[in-house]
Design a protein around this ligand. Sequence first.
Ligand SMILES: [Ca+2]
Length: 383
Amino acid sequence: MPDWSRLPKLAAVLLALAPVPVVAQMPAPVRVASSAGPLLVETVAVGLENPWGLAFLPDGRMLVTERPGRLRIVSADGKLGAPLGGLPRLAARGQGGLLDVALDPAFRENRTIYLSYSEPRDNNAVATAVARGVLNAADTALVGTTVIFQQQPAGNTTRHFGSRLVFGRDGALFVTTGDRGNMEMSAQDPATHIGKVLRLRPDGSVPPDNPFVGQAGRRPEIWSSGHRNAQGAALHPQSGVLWTIEHGARGGDEVNVVRKGLNYGWPVISYGVEYSGRKIGEGQVKPGLEQPIHYWDPSIAPSGAAFYTADRFRGWKGSLFTGGLISEMLVRMTLDGDRVIGEERLLKEINERIRDVRQGPDGYLYLLTDNSNGRILRVRPAG
Ligand SMILES: [Ca+2]
């Protein structure tokens, strides 16, 4: 009778003896069509578990978050570094976990990194939070990690954390928060951080020129209200104004140009209907509530946003990109000022949920795929 209990140990020994592959097996590039001519979709890195946010370091390496709670540095040729230490305490549940990552505008001098994530709170509740820390000289950990923002109130759902981090030109940090998928915690309530765009100083304190500073019953961090779940945000390259892309109701995903003190309507007005099929609020238009500049019906389930400012793709300079989750594509919008005048749907061929899109320092597009074996993809002209 063989001793089966020894098999796992034997297997471990055999695995240890097997040659270690130096480079992970990369899927072959895929050629796809586009209005800018044929494109190549190349795999830069594999083996990332539900990657969520991507930021380029000044030397061309990438910081990538994995939603279960890891932050890694990925070399330009796709090698994954070990998970960095020094992360804040987070709750990786449902749509939550480690979410976006952003570099301080003065990263070259201060090596400071900002993270958004879902934070565990009392009574099993969770809420969006932002922390910052300094990348140590060995690139192995964040040190001096400090929580600079905690969304109030916390909630018991594990949905709609928002969480994009974008620095404005004046050095203030925009943070998007979601509505937590709970109608009782209204994005309209000025006494909460639910469904808002917030504007903070880098240390988490409130800039004195925020719209509701000093007003009783209003959170001073609020920049704009009435957002459902903005999972894409980027600064317009000419105007410097924040644009958000909101994961909306069924038939109500939105692009918004976000201005100080304004209310973007959720859940009073929206296009589409609840995912349950229920009607939303009061309709589609109401005085005093802002209209999106673009919406999708049917939904694309957007996440991530980037304005394209380089010259690698013929005719694409000035476009706005977003990833599609359910729709499994990359969407390019042609803009005329603050209007979306055209839309191109790309990369349907690769059948991947796209979580984030960024312009690389080389002018190519970099994408994260939302997959338990997630990838960094690079999109470039095939010619
Ligand atoms: Ca809206």
